[in-house]
Design a protein around this ligand. Sequence first.
Ligand code: AGP
Length: 611
Amino acid sequence: MCGIMGYIGKGNAIPVIVDGLARLEYRGYDSAGIAVYRPDNDASEAYLQVTKKKGRLADMVDALGDAPASQLGIGHTRWATHGVPSDKNAHPHTDCSGNIALIHNGIIENYAPLRKQLMLEGHDFVSETDTEVMVHLIEKYYEDSLEEAVRKALGAVYGSFAIVVISAQEPDKIIAAKKASPMIVGLGEGENYLASDIPAILGRTKKVYIIEDNEFVILTADSVTISDFEGNPVEKEIFEVTWDLELAEKGGFEHFMLKEIHEQPEAIRKTIAGRINDGMVDFADLDFNDVLKKINKIFIVACGTAYHAGLVGRLAIEKLAGIPVETDIASEFRYRKVLWQPDDLMIVISQSGETADTLAALREAKSHGIKVLAVTNVVGSAVAREADRVIYTHAGPEIAVASTKAYSTQLVVMYLLAIYMANIRQSYDQDKLKGLTHEMCYLDTMVEQVLKENDALKALAGKYRDVQDTFFLGRGLDYAVAMEGALKLKEISYVHAEAYAAGELKHGPLALIHQDVPVLALITQDKLVDKSMSNIKEVKARGAVVIAICKENLQESCQECDEQILLPRVNPLLAPIISVVPLQVFSYYMALYRGADVDKPRNLAKSVTVE
Ligand code: AGP
């Protein structure tokens, strides 16, 4: 996610902003920028000095040089969502006059029609970003009050945003507004701060307002006024910060992995945002319908967790779009004699977009003239650049080596794509597709509900902390999730975990089951529950403890299991997004109890750029 910083007061804004952005670097970014107020003098009128660069914060600081002090400024580190990393796409963005500057974290969903209308009205756009629409809207509405112009502009946009705005005409204030993206106000003496996160202002003040959705902030050197978007005053309690910097970077969580597990509802919301219109999935902006309508086979190729997301995507696409799908681990795919057909499509999935094996598979397909669609979390990454089309997950930077929110947002994209293809190919009942689309909008709240099981899962991990071997069982989609659950446990707790198709166990691996091997069984596929239960009986007969991860409406069938983690009722097809969460949390606490380095497990790297 982007890093945001604002300062107004008796001090020099520049070092405060640069230091604050530096403390937000952990959030991941690809460009940085700053805008500071330059008062009028003999030579020229007051103006805003804007410096912004693609690359590291240090590059922006170098470009800024030995700039004179300023008492008003805003700064930003950008995690690209719309528009590749570049100087022009970096924030702050300014209006046509350069007298208004704005920084933003989030996604303006309806930016495309607004941009078109503003251009018709004569506004000059210089970037590819959704953000720039906002500052031109403020310019459009500006008469003699920045506050009023921002309020009007807020009424014209929808999406997620934390915006911070300054104007050379009104240098005594900073205006900010928040919806869905994080924002805090730091309270100083004769100076005040705005930031996207507490680490940015640690060491300067411990008095903070946590800004909530639909709140509007007017910051001066000596005052903070908070209201709702309509102008109604809002009373705030001061939050006294007791965290140190390390804890603050993790949002109060002990590890990035747990923070990112809990960020999944927001990541799911942001990945869906702007892709469901009038109850239907909308990927028209992909401009790929001609291909999607005629493809007769899909190859989904990825590595690790991304591959496991591909397994779910395969079942969803085959069921809804009626297209045969093969899934392959990228490092294996490259050595197959692939029987390409002209209307084949490759889908590569990669959080980092830089995984060497996945990139090699992409290039292999391209070398045969095969179209490639990339699903990635990093704008402008190698797979994004080399694929014919790209659909971005909007998970925000994933710092922990173990992938969690990237996986759930990859699933979201696969579901959306499967529904979209089914729509344009008329391959599935339209009412059922609408129902699925509708239910997708509740996945975030269902994940939030499952996250409340945190303590039960922590206790479960404590109970089995010393095991050496585990099995993860499932059928169909549950088997795909079992594979992801087993990988999570292996890679962060170093406990051996084997995922197996529940129906296959009796063909050999059952010999490994005994009383000291806990079995985690996924039970979310209503039509397969009886068969799953017969497999559970098999392992229980060999003395195994069975931990069921089951939907609450299937609880009756799981009475024989030793432990039950209940999931909300959800369409079986969408269940993986929900059922993976307990496995992530369980693995996290198993690693914690076993003293493993949760965020940086031994032997592993976050992005495997070697073959
Ligand atoms: C996931 O927990 C692992 N860290 C790893 O398997 C990862 O999913 C794999 O390396 C693929 O990475 P990518 O999504 O960036 O391509």
